[in-house]
Design a protein around this ligand. Structure first.
Ligand SMILES: [Zn+2]
Length: 303
């Protein structure tokens, strides 16, 4: 009996020690979510991203290190809208952590708190490419959605860790204030690009276009996730020439051959934009991400 009490006490001390280390252990599917979670959670919340910002978030491989992270987490934050459909479900199954399964308090799907663009009407088939039937999942590329995401994260943090609730709300207010101020700055800097017709490599920048008032008229990919054919490229050459399109935007992780071809044929300018925190060096926060996107666009775009 004495032994038993000793063990219980030891266990209590151990659990106590772990808790005092981090109020919450948070796992996110991408670096953007991790950056926002860190801004809201502060030093007391332990946040890790399952994928690096340098990689295409549509794809990931469930590695043992990722399974370990998910198995210990109190909260899993995901993009949702089928962005992680190819790799998160098997990872969640292997991790065997009841706290972070869909429907539990430890599962936060942020696609449910933002207005999704590009919802598909009618039936969707594989012939239409790697489409996102629930709507376009690249919504973090609108800073106004960043504020919505931060709000949902702060609320969930407060529910899972009531003693920290006031702190989370204070950090949320600061984050929202910074974003509001920065958005004005970014929009002013990008006023030159307002109303421009732009071509994107993938359907990832419709939220960015919405936030900064330019329009994406076509993609280098003929369908999402499908590499461009020679026929599609030559059709784009015609379109770029006839509509006098001056700017092509793309993520760093796509092949550059097609963009270079379009540039050679038409003179279209190419802006390689970071799509995520960590996509390029020195992008460590959500604000850094837009600072860099705006800097690159203002140097390449406008005109
Ligand atoms: Zn996509």
């Amino acid at each position: 009996m004495k032994q038993c009490i000793k063990h219980a006490l030891l266990l209590f001390l151990l659990v106590g020690a772990v808790n005092s280390e981090a109020a919450l252990r948070v796992v996110t599917t991408t670096e953007d979510l991790a950056a926002i979670a860190r801004a809201i959670g502060g030093a007391g919340v332990d946040v890790v991203s399952l994928t690096p910002g340098t990689r295409d978030p549509h794809f990931a491989e469930a590695k043992p290190s990722m399974i370990r992270k998910v198995s210990r987490a109190d909260l899993l934050i995901l993009i949702g809208a089928d962005m992680e459909i190819g790799w998160l479900p098997p990872l969640l199954q292997s991790a065997r952590n009841g706290r972070v399964q869909s429907g539990k308090a430890g599962y936060l799907d942020l696609s449910l708190v933002v207005p999704l663009l590009g919802k598909m009407a009618g039936p969707v088939s594989r012939a239409m490419g790697d489409v996102h039937a629930k709507g376009n999942p690249h919504y973090w590329l609108d800073p106004r959605n960043g504020a919505r995401m931060a709000r949902a994260i702060a609320i969930r943090f407060g529910e899972l860790d009531p003693p920290g609730q006031a702190d989370y709300q204070t950090r949320l207010a600061a984050f929202e204030q910074t974003l509001k101020q920065k958005l004005k700055e970014w929009q002013t800097t990008l006023s030159l690009i307002r109303g421009q017709a732009v071509i994107a490599y993938h359907t990832s920048f419709i939220y960015l276009a919405d936030a900064f008032g330019f329009s994406i008229v076509d993609e280098v990919e003929p369908m999402p996730g499908i590499a461009p054919s020679a026929a599609h490229l030559s059709q784009l050459v015609q379109q770029i020439k006839s509509e006098q399109i001056d700017l092509l935007i793309m993520e760093p992780y796509y092949e550059r051959r097609s963009a270079r071809y379009l540039h050679d044929q038409t003179g279209i300018r190419i802006a390689v934009l970071p799509q995520s925190v960590g996509a390029l060096p020195k992008i460590e926060t959500y604000v850094d991400l837009f600072d860099r996107i705006v800097a690159i666009l203002s140097q390449t775009g406008g005109g």
